[in-house]
Design a protein around this ligand. Structure first.
Ligand SMILES: C[S@@+](CC[C@H](N)C(=O)[O-])C[C@H]1O[C@@H](n2cnc3c(N)ncnc32)[C@H](O)[C@@H]1O
Length: 206
């Protein structure tokens, strides 16, 4: 008897918003176990790089697509303490709430426009959310809107989706439009057991 029903294979299927919510509702309780078993290292790698670019550990930051809070755990390990989380799924947020890490948890759809004022946050991180059939490249506009000028945004993009789904082109456009600069961009392990690589892009809001 497996300890959980594996759902990782289903994560990248074509979906609308309701299907994404339903997937994460089913997944929330066992997400950390399955991702741990598959050596999902993106949260750890992205948090470490983010910490290099954000030396002030007191900044008010937001974890977009925070899920169960895996990224928050690593941010706390690096000394960050003023962290809000945002996610579409109430069930994933319920798990994140149990960690006690996040000051505020916000249920919202990044693709529908956020009820967060311009330039609210000092920094933003988003891991595992810019991937196939979750949030498309246009979601980056909202991520950059809600941070202050000079803020760092640490973003992971699933390696296969990076060019295929238009992320490469979107980053180029954001730079061309003067919204941000790219301060670092690198290939990283993402889900090791599935041989999935990721792109970790560090942006600085203009
Ligand atoms: C693969 S999980 C990543 C969770 C966490 N950041 C991590 O690395 O474990 C993707 C998360 O994105 C959230 N998500 C998907 N579509 C979203 C949307 N339109 N707006 C906000 N969050 C969304 C899902 O609910 C899910 O928690």
């Amino acid at each position: 008897m497996p300890k959980y029903q594996p759902l990782l294979e289903k994560a990248y299927d074509r979906k609308d918003k309701e299907e994404v919510m339903s997937l994460y509702s089913d997944w929330a309780e066992h997400y950390d176990d399955e991702l741990g078993d598959n050596e999902y290292v993106a949260p750890q790698r992205a948090a470490a790089l983010f910490a290099e670019y954000v030396p002030d550990r007191t900044v008010h930051l937001i974890d977009i697509g925070c899920g169960t809070g895996l990224v928050g755990r690593f941010l706390v390990a690096h000394g960050f303490e003023n962290i809000d989380g945002l996610d579409l799924s109430a069930d994933m947020l319920a798990q994140a709430g149990k960690t006690g890490i996040y000051k505020k948890l916000i249920q919202a759809d990044l693709t529908a426009g956020l009820k967060i004022a311009d330039a609210t946050y000092d920094a933003v991180i988003s891991v595992g959310t810019f991937t196939h059939n979750h949030v498309g490249p246009q979601g980056l506009d909202e991520v950059l809107r809600i941070v202050k000028p000079g803020a760092i945004a640490g973003i992971t993009v699933n390696g296969d989706a990076y060019v295929e789904d238009g992320y490469r082109a979107k980053f180029d456009q954001l730079v061309k439009d003067g919204i941000c600069t790219i301060v670092n961009e690198r290939d990283e392990d993402y889900i090791i057991a599935r041989s999935i690589r990721g792109r970790v892009v560090t942006l600085k809001k203009t």
